[in-house]
Design a protein around this ligand. Structure first.
Ligand code: NDP
Ligand code: MG
Ligand code: MG
Length: 332
């Protein structure tokens, strides 16, 4: 088994007395900045001067500065801006202040791996990537728990990059759940593959295809919603707690027989072949190139699909049904 790192393997000392600039206060930015602060570290959040999140971060007790000012003050610079914007912000506002001995940190390897950011040789460059949406990075930390994380070293100028990465991972709570060492290449490619084929792309299409099949056959949309979307979480909770076997233990034998006999008719050999193609397009840079081009022309495809999908009937019936379940909280 790969070596895992936990709380006792890491010490915050290396970061104590240093200034950590967290650039961005979005999903990961707010979570990591607040967790680091609550771990007793000195944090400054870097934002655009006109960001509506400036006041929000200050109200949460954080110091806030422009990206350039924060980069100038900081010893450790964590870039938590959208991947497609990091390169230009880096070039204009961070690079001029990235002097020898500083650390540059990422939570996803995209810009380093695909050569969009090329840091100078005299700084440490590493990754601490929580394997979780940002809001759960914060929520689990507050609950005394944490989410797993990956660390990777791209450049070790100081000879301490490894321990610094572990210290940072401890500061955001990842060593509570377990930290695994990886490379920028492995993290970037597996992260993109996971979100495209399984977690986001795969799951959304599976849910919609199931819902559409039932509704088109004349069943009530409410039934279809409960079966194909709402219960997904309950099933996934069992898988998360005890693997696929725990889920099979809890469901009826009828469901288990259906699972065994029918699952492979849904995820077919053809689907597995397509997954390999998707992975190849990630590995050869096709996906990254398409995504950066889409941004250069102001996202016509992205915006059109986002708008269209928001109008899918599953979203409408879901909003109504969730409205009657006050225990499902819409958080921030
Ligand atoms: P978000 O889209 O949530 O980040 C938005 C933040 O970036 C806002 O504070 C926004 O500022 C700021 N921002 C955007 N453009 C600029 C700019 N030009 N100058 C200054 N600030 C800017 O990002 P995520 O948290 O989703 O992603 C951050 C990184 O974390 C990425 O590398 C991503 O791959 C990685 N990651 C994300 C995960 C997630 O859960 N979302 C999971 C694991 C890794 P403003 O307030 O002005 O709009
Ligand atoms: Mg990702
Ligand atoms: Mg059932």
């Amino acid at each position: 088994m790969a070596k895992m790192y936990y709380d006792s393997d890491a010490t915050l000392e290396l970061l104590q007395g240093k200034t950590i600039a967290v650039m961005g206060y979005g999903s990961q930015g707010h979570a990591q900045a607040l967790n680091l602060k609550d771990s007793g570290l000195n944090v400054v959040v870097g934002l655009r001067a006109d960001s509506r999140r400036w006041k929000q971060a200050e109200a949460a007790g954080l110091k806030v500065a422009t990206v350039a000012e924060a980069a100038a003050q900081a010893d450790v610079i964590q870039i938590l801006l959208p991947d497609e914007r990091q390169a230009s912000v880096y070039e204009n506002e961070i690079k001029p202040h990235l002097t020898a001995g500083k650390c540059l940190v990422f939570s996803h390897g995209f810009n380093i791996h695909f050569g969009q950011i090329v840091p100078p040789a005299d700084v440490d460059v590493f990754m601490v990537a929580p394997k979780s949406p940002g809001h759960l990075v914060r929520r689990t930390y507050e609950e005394g728990a944490g989410v797993p994380g990956l660390i990777a070293i791209h450049q070790d100028a100081s000879g301490r990059a490894y321990d610094l990465a572990l210290a940072y991972a401890k500061g955001i709570g990842c060593t509570r759940a377990g930290v695994l060492e990886t490379t920028f290449k492995e993290e970037t490619e597996t992260d993109l593959f996971g979100e495209q084929a399984v977690l986001c792309g795969g799951v959304s299409e599976l849910i919609k295809a199931g819902f559409d099949t039932l509704v088109e056959a004349g069943y009530q949309p409410e039934s279809a919603y409960f079966e194909c979307l709402h219960e997904m979480k309950l099933i996934v909770d069992l898988i998360y707690e005890g693997g696929l076997s725990r889920m099979r233990y809890s469901i009826s034998d009828t469901a288990e027989y259906g699972d065994m006999m029918i699952g492979k008719r849904i995820i077919t050999d053809e689907t597995r072949k397509e997954m390999k193609k998707v992975l190849a397009e990630i590995q050869d840079g096709t996906f990254a190139k398409n995504w950066l081009l889409e941004n250069q022309i102001n996202r016509p495809t992205f915006n059109a699909i986002e708008r269209k999908d928001a109008e899918h009937p599953i979203e409408k019936v879901g909003a109504e049904l969730r409205g009657m379940m006050p225990f499902i909280k819409k958080r921030d």
